[in-house]
Design a protein around this ligand. Sequence first.
Ligand SMILES: [Zn+2]
Length: 120
Amino acid sequence: MPAGQGIFQVQSKENTYIVDIVNKQCECRRWDLTGIPCSHAISCLRHERIPPETVIPAYYSVEAFATAYANNIWPCKDMADWEKTDGPPVAPVVYEKRIGRPPKARKNKHMRFKKEMDLS
Ligand SMILES: [Zn+2]
């Protein structure tokens, strides 16, 4: 249902959402978080005869993907060719094993209470 100035009230199965197609926001927050319009927003865009694919940000485009991966990821040299530094040697972490049996996971409160009730 349009409310004017690009604001809509969308009735979903159980919930009602407020959609703002000017600021590209919906109360369900999917549009805000992903940049891709949610089903509520698409219904509003269709009402305004705006193709939903036109509001998707440019960073989802094939051109943006191609630009991001245009450069080479340079491979590493062999470990023997690595430059030696005077830093301390990196050793694995030493784990201490605790004495005794590891503690059991506790039963939930309700079960323990029931057991106490049965005893009395
Ligand atoms: Zn939504």
